[in-house]
Ligand binder design. Sequence first.
Ligand SMILES: O=C(O)CCC(=O)C(=O)O
Length: 273
Amino acid sequence: MGHGTVASIGEALELLGASEDELSPAEVRSLDEQGFVVFPSLLADSVVEGLRRRFEELVASEGARAGKEVDTKEVGVRRLADLVNKGEVFAVCYSHPKVLSAIAHVFGRREFKLSSLNGRDAAPGTGAQPLHEDWNDYKQDGSFREAGDPFYVVNSLWMLDEFSADNGATRVVPGTHRMRAPRFHLPSPLAEHPEEVKVTGPPGTVVVFNSHLWHGGTNNTSGRVRRALHSYFVVRDFEQQLDQRAYVTRETYERLSPAQRYLLDVEGAYAAP
Ligand SMILES: O=C(O)CCC(=O)C(=O)O
């Protein structure tokens, strides 16, 4: 793989089959009005099984280093990071046509790229997070993002286990993607919000959410694991959470298609052999 180059996100999306027709009118409405859309059981069981297997292999082989490339601040939560370089099995998270189509819709089909691809397991007894948006509140010029500004970030959450009311399912406050960050509105973002809903679904379900939507992990009070992958995207002229060009290995680079390289913003990271 890997001949030719791609010059725009439109071209990359077309090559990956992510046309606007991938989404139903109800799915578009959900993204626009609620700030998220749920695709139940999008992945085949065999794909979910492969993702789980690799997740556990990495947790075991990386030990205390797991997740360090990005974030290991949450005590007890199992984190993984830089998954682009840790298995072809994860390519679905930056190549799935329907998911990319939903992401592109939130960006208004403006230029964007992958920001990071991470794993998170709210292990039993852990997982509660304050309501937040996946954004540091500042634009690159140092000013705050205001309500009504364009959207800069979109996330997709890939459920490797069932998300249920008691095992740390992600909570969201529908419609808040148009507002400023929770900390400007809420005295205690960790508290339950009267309008929050928990997003539940069977394994293989994918949630695409506008990352300005107020959301957060919840406490896993069950005895079960709750593994998820986060494939996170940002407008193209902003920094990535993980600098994909700095991290991409030659082995990964060589298996990526031109469209995937464009999406990761790693084109030209290695000279042609
Ligand atoms: O895994 C989840 O439920 C959400 C995690 C999240 O929002 C975060 O880590 O920023």
